[in-house]
Design a protein around this ligand. Structure first.
Ligand code: ZN
Length: 106
């Protein structure tokens, strides 16, 4: 999710970072300003744990692609219909035909 979340205080993107504890590695997101300049010179918003929002997003994506396939099919059909209505027809002289390959050219 790096770059996908904007800091509400300074407007910079959040970046993924990690820190090693005694037995675990802790992943979190922190505002770019705070990561670069610290909480005094940069932004003082706190970092947040990466596991909870990433699990929620993965769950939502999985649900969308397994349950929401009708939405995907409908969106594709609508785009195809829109393209069909607005696309410029290909002139007949540009259409390929096997017979044209056998014609001698001048
Ligand atoms: Zn910030």
């Amino acid at each position: 999710m790096t770059g996908r979340i904007r800091c509400p205080q300074c407007g910079r993107e959040y970046i993924g970072t990690a820190a090693d504890g005694r037995s675990n590695r802790y992943r979190h997101y922190v505002c770019w300003s705070r990561a670069r300049y610290g909480s005094k010179a940069g932004c003082d918003l706190h970092r947040f744990n990466a596991d909870t929002p990433e699990a929620a997003i993965n769950h939502a994506l999985l649900a969308f692609y397994t349950i929401g396939h009708d939405l995907i099919h409908r969106a594709i059909a609508e785009l195809q219909e829109e393209h069909r209505k607005t696309a410029t027809p290909v002139p007949n002289r540009w259409r390929w035909s096997a017979a044209s390959l056998n014609k001698p050219t001048l």
